[in-house]
Design a protein around this ligand. Structure first.
Ligand SMILES: [Zn+2]
Length: 234
């Protein structure tokens, strides 16, 4: 089911740019909602349905700042209530003429967080498998939505560079590790998706999966151990 009434907003950082970001969010509301719905149906098709007890109440565009909580993430605004806010950071270009949406950053961050919203934990404590699926899906979506449609246009080089830079930024660090483990699950995106859906039949919340659940469906011991390890928060 499509979401049509989600709020598009920004955190009030109390800075001079806040009004501009709110305006940008407002002006691009339809684009952001359409993109959100498109990425969500792709994620659900691959990794299974969203936990229906939870509701996404808002998508935010934000500027980065010194606050470490303002990395892209799923925010749970009210303790004990099953509500989620998707926070994206710096998904725009700024110039003398003002701000405009950076589509590839938005695709990259939205698709990552959308995966987390399918099987929320309520506290951002996740295992490597959950984080790896998000990273994997982000790259897939960049290729599928950002590159194919503009193969012969000038933006192609910009987006290709962005993917390359993102790849080298995560290479060797924890997100890179998570991606590497998930890639070992299957030979292509359909094979990986089908394993994730199979695992979610008994345990819909991915981060509740145990070593034995992965072992049962034939995932090799070492990989299973890595995938169910707790993903470090900082
Ligand atoms: Zn994540």
């Amino acid at each position: 089911m499509e979401i049509t009434s989600i709020a598009i907003d920004a955190v009030d950082l109390g800075n001079d740019y806040h009004g501009d970001i709110i305006k940008l969010a407002e002006q691009n509301k339809k684009f952001i909602l359409d993109l959100f719905n498109k990425l969500t149906s792709k994620a659900k098709k691959l990794f299974g349905e969203r936990d229906k007890g939870w509701e996404i109440v808002e998508i935010q565009l934000n500027l980065s700042c010194d606050n470490p909580m303002l990395l892209p993430h799923v925010h749970y605004p009210e303790e004990g209530k099953k509500k989620m806010i998707i926070r994206t950071i710096d998904c725009f270009f700024s110039s003398k003429k003002g701000y405009r949406i950076n589509d590839c950053k938005l695709i990259y961050q939205l698709s990552h967080e959308i995966c987390h919203t399918l099987y929320p934990t309520g506290d951002n404590n996740v295992i490597f498998l959950e984080e790896g699926i998000s990273v994997y899906f982000s790259f897939r979506c960049l290729h599928d939505y950002a590159l194919e449609s503009i193969r012969n246009k000038p933006e192609y080089l910009r987006i290709e560079k962005y993917i390359k830079d993102s790849g080298s930024q995560i290479d060797g660090i924890k997100y890179g590790k998570a991606l590497e483990y998930v890639k070992k699950l299957g030979k292509n995106v359909d094979a990986i998706g089908s394993i994730v859906r199979e695992l979610r039949v008994k345990t819909p919340i991915i981060s509740n999966l145990l070593f034995s659940d992965l072992e049962k469906i034939g995932i090799e011991d070492n990989l299973a151990h890595n995938l169910v390890s707790q993903f470090p928060i900082s």
